[in-house]
Design a protein around this ligand. Sequence first.
Ligand code: AHN
Ligand code: ZN
Length: 334
Amino acid sequence: MKWQKYSLLMVMSLFLIMACGGEEQPDDKDIINPQVTVKPVSIPSFDAENAYNMVAKQVAFGPRLPNTKEHQATSKWLVEQFNLYGAKVIQQDFIAKRYDGVNLKSKNIIASFNTDNSDRILLCAHWDTRHVADHDPDKSRYNEPILGADDGGSGVGVLLEIARILGQDSSFKHGVDIVLFDSEDHGAPSGTQGGSESWCLGSQHWSKAPHVANYKAKFGILLDMVGSKSPRFTKEGTSMQYAPTVMNKVWDIASSLGYGAFFDPTTTSAITDDHYFVNTLIGIPTIDIINKDLSTQSNFGQHWHTHKDNMDVIGKGTLKAVGQVVLTVLYKED
Ligand code: AHN
Ligand code: ZN
């Protein structure tokens, strides 16, 4: 984007120089013609160190399960952070019914920027963590809730850093809504019946009853498991079905920024994640940036839904890539 604009300026100056017949060098005021000058875009740098600390902070609260004090303390902290960054924050409380009938006291957290702008982009992640370690090889720890550094923590960490950056930049005018869904990861355990609707309870709730009436966004980006070292983000099937244009745009930007090694253009099988409900229930074309490790049976990597999902798996380089790509998408729309 930047080089395009610089080259545009260079071409414009060349014309001006030629128009002057080589007599005088044009001064700045000749070049700055409001009719042809585009607003200079400088895309801020995403700080992976900050994002990493935001993941670590969540993990330090412990597992973030509805109906626990750790969950409550985490939500309080998340709301405080977004307020600190100048976002308009809405807490959407609801009771979600788990597959086994347990009532989950749940809270979607919405942080909005530039609320007067009707052109909006949705960014989302889930902030809750899984109550069981149903993929852990150690069956004695099955009923121990996991820390969810990657599964939960990473997406939220990236979005907090993006919120910090947007809050600092008064020249950024686009509308952005960051929605942290609750109760995503409380689906029926592996090997039991429950169906895909037992997952993503927060996004199902929000998509049926968004935080503002008639909510619309041009498109959405979901971040799920975006923190592990050497990830493979593929063009996942549900995203390709409902939002192929968004998918291609994001992957093109990733490649142009030099992150092609992480953003693999291979299309992979469709999954049910929060974006499925956002696409089907509220109709916002939304993609999922999600790590797919095709060498594992789950397709989600060795640490998925195990006690290995702690800070040891988190790589700052991955947080940087995802954060910088999403920021670039936002600034290109502005
Ligand atoms: C299912 O396992 C059906 N979907 C994956 C959604 C998920 C779980 N994302 C993170 N944890
Ligand atoms: Zn999960």
